[in-house]
Design a protein around this ligand. Structure first.
Ligand SMILES: Cc1cc2nc3c(=O)[nH]c(=O)nc-3n(C[C@H](O)[C@H](O)[C@H](O)COP(=O)(O)OP(=O)(O)OC[C@H]3O[C@@H](n4cnc5c(N)ncnc54)[C@H](O)[C@@H]3O)c2cc1C
Length: 469
């Protein structure tokens, strides 16, 4: 069979693949972009964007509950047609997919955009459903997929994942959400707010991947006010007439549908990586350097969800750019990675910044905290539930990380990540302006608490103001 010979092959036209392409294309090297499955990226099709459209609709509808406080009549009687909500979500989704495609693959010819699933035949030779492509450099950007246990497939479309959720034409009356990480919480709370009778289950004792115990218990007590949450036991599914029974330990519920949100696994199986001549970890993922995205010292790079590291869009984008840059360069350049930031858009937001609780040296870490209850602006917004926990090195006062369970956490977590990247101390941060009355004042209060606990203090009689040099 005739082989096509090119400089760079990118496998996967999701976010990581397209960002890699943005570096490969202008280099003048020959390339192909290979994609199996649907174009348009996981983010736009079934991920970040439709889920946020759903969350927005659910959040806006749930605000009717505070309207009574202002004397708005009839707020209790407001109704929502959830099927129409889903149509709106689908329209938004289509807009985002169109936008991605028109900016990327729409204008690519068939000899550059190759449709099909790629697998390795040799370290430099790929087979795309019968088409052979020999590439000097290969970027693996095949993404991830939702975990769906084999035994649950017998229940057909009664057990769905986020790959199916945004296609629903009829929303169920009742739904169990099994797995309460970011996706399970975001979707579970939204469906509950839209009137679906939701019950959440997780085998762990905490939700949203929160490790900080005080933040974890706060988040749990807030979200439990919205829908039942059962933790600490594996969920089992059995058929009950036309419905499904979910049983976990002592808890049991009968539902119309189940959302399996058990996490995502990297798409490595179909790639025949044993033919790629690279070392794999126990999950079958090639060993790679996170600063260069190079696999070992080979000609292969790996970017995005497929490497099993962050499973976040902005990380996929950065990794794609790094992989693309190094794939077309004569030398491999290591790039500095940014501080970790992850945002769960449930209400209140659950955010992690910098070092996670388990990564901290607790003997050397000071923790500052504020509860949202007395924060003026939060009270006015009707969102004064939550907690902000900030971590700093006890001696130097350098900010290390934070866990936030609070309104506007999506914004506050950025401020914190930016300060961590700048290497700022708690004292530095307190010398910056805080307006009134804003949610940032909650952060200021947490930082004040932290400042009391670190050794490094600001010079001068007023520690919040730097003396003029
Ligand atoms: C419901 C949900 C909500 C999310 N919300 C957020 C959020 O709010 N913020 C955030 O940062 N992240 C979020 N994410 C995660 C984010 O969407 C992903 O991290 C990101 O899309 C990963 O991009 P990627 O390029 O690695 O993979 P993808 O976009 O999945 O691209 C991989 C591509 O490779 C193709 N492919 C697979 N195997 C092969 C093969 N063998 N040959 C050829 N092609 C192949 C696939 O079909 C796909 O087109 C969310 C995800 C989900 C599911």
């Amino acid at each position: 069979m005739q082989e096509m010979k090119i400089d760079v092959a990118i496998i996967g036209s999701g976010t990581a693949g397209l960002y890699a392409l943005s570096k490969v294309k202008p280099s003048g090297k020959s390339f192909v972009l290979i994609n199996g499955g649907e174009l348009g990226t996981t983010c736009a099709r079934v991920g970040c964007m439709p889920s946020k459209a759903l969350i927005q609709a659910a959040h806006d509808f749930s605000r009717r509950k505070v309207l009574g406080r202002y004397g708005v009549e009839g707020h209790d009687g407001m109704e929502i047609d959830v099927n129409e909500t889903m149509e709106y979500v689908q329209d938004m989704r289509d807009t985002f997919v169109d936008r991605v495609q028109s900016n990327s693959t729409d204008h690519m010819s068939d000899d550059v955009l190759i449709t099909g699933y790629a697998k390795f035949v040799e370290p430099n030779l790929l087979d795309v459903e019968g088409r052979l492509i020999r590439a000097d450099k290969i970027i693996i950007a095949t993404g991830s997929r939702p975990v769906l246990p084999e035994a649950w497939k017998q229940f057909g479309d009664r057990v769905i994942t986020t790959d199916d959720l945004f296609e629903l034409e009829q929303t169920p009356g009742s739904m169990a959400v099994i797995g309460l990480g970011t996706i399970g919480l975001e979707i579970g709370q939204s469906m509950s707010r839209l009137g679906v009778d939701v019950t959440g289950f997780d085998i762990l004792e905490s939700i949203g991947g929160i490790e900080d115990p005080d933040a974890a218990s706060t988040a749990l007590s807030i979200l439990r006010k919205e829908f039942p949450i059962h933790l600490g036991a594996a969920a089992d599914i059995t058929l009950e007439g036309h419905k499904l029974r979910v049983t976990a330990g002592e808890q049991s519920v009968v539902v119309d549908k189940i959302l399996a949100s058990l996490g995502r696994v990297p798409n490595v199986e179909g790639l025949d990586l044993e033919n790629a001549g690279v070392e794999l970890d126990s999950r079958g993922i090639p060993l790679f350097d996170r600063n260069t995205m190079q696999v070992g010292s080979s000609h292969i790079f790996i970017a995005g969800d497929v490497n099993g590291e962050a499973l976040l869009l902005h990380e996929a984008g950065d990794e794609g750019r790094i992989a693309g840059t190094n794939a077309v360069s004569d030398q491999i350049t290591p790039f500095r990675r940014k501080p970790h930031i992850s945002i769960n858009f449930c209400d209140p937001n659950i955010c992690h910044v910098g070092k996670r609780w388990s990564e901290l040296d607790h003997d050397q870490t000071a923790v500052g905290e504020v509860k949202l209850a007395p924060v003026g602006r939060a009270l006015i917004m009707g969102k004064n539930l939550g907690i902000i926990r900030v971590y700093a090195d006890r001696t130097s006062g350098k900010l290390l990380g934070a866990t936030l369970v609070c309104a506007n956490g999506e914004n506050l977590s950025h401020l914190l990540a930016w300060c961590i990247q700048q290497g700022q101390t708690v004292g530095d941060m307190l010398q910056m302006p805080f307006y009134h009355p804003v949610i940032e004042e909650a952060l200021q209060a947490a930082l004040n608490d932290l400042y009391e606990k670190v050794e490094q203090k600001n010079p001068g009689p007023i520690t919040e103001l730097a003396p003029l040099a």
